[in-house]
Design a protein. Structure first.
Length: 198
């Protein structure tokens, strides 16, 4: 019986170990995502909070909030899927940086006028992330936070409601895929060794 090739065996075992490791990592990510979704579900039911320097915006995602925005701001557009385009302005609320506010949506990307500011009711959400996919791969920091106005402002169409269904948690299916890839790689290699021995 021929001995298995050492180099090829090491490569296959290393690949299998890597895939199993990725599967285990995805299982851990699934637990983290479940905890995050549970926290967000509690935020949705929480009482409205005032946006201040002391409020942890990332920890309060999807929580109802109110904020007073001083001064006017130019507006910009960002894609909103089936809702068309988001109309976003910056809110000067005494924070360390201006807080984006999604005023409402429009169906077509038409020019919008400046927003005069004022009181805003809504909920906290992730702001559109302008970083490239390559940059996001190496920069794991979360995207910025914004207030989604509810009711909408400036005569715009309604914003999408806070929707927990839109938060995917498919890490367990990814884990199953990695474990399946590892098993398939082992089966193919064993079959290749048997054919070589024959």
């Amino acid at each position: 019986m021929k001995r298995p090739p050492i180099f090829a065996t090491l490569i296959v075992l290393l690949a299998v170990a890597t895939m199993v490791g990725l599967g285990i990592w995805q299982l851990g990510r699934a637990d983290e995502k479940e905890a995050a979704i549970a926290r967000i579900a509690a935020n949705v039911r929480a009482a409205p909070a005032a946006v201040t320097r002391d409020l942890d915006l990332q920890a309060n995602l999807f929580r109802p909030v109110r904020v007073d925005c001083a001064g006017s701001s130019p507006t910009r557009l960002a894609g909103a899927g089936k809702f068309g385009f988001r109309v976003i302005a910056d809110c000067a609320a005494g924070l360390s940086a201006p807080l984006p506010v999604q005023l409402g949506t429009v169906r077509q990307p038409s020019p919008t006028s400046a927003w005069a500011g004022g009181p805003v009711l809504g909920y906290l959400a992730q702001a559109p992330d302008s970083r490239s996919l390559l940059r996001q791969l190496f920069d794991r920091s979360p995207a910025g936070t914004m207030v989604v106005a509810n009711p909408p402002l400036a005569g715009l169409a309604a914003n999408p409601p806070a929707d927990l269904e839109g938060i995917p948690n498919n890490h367990r299916s990814y884990a199953v895929q990695w474990f399946a890839f590892a098993a398939i790689a082992l089966v193919i290699y064993v079959l290749a060794l048997r054919r070589r021995a024959a």
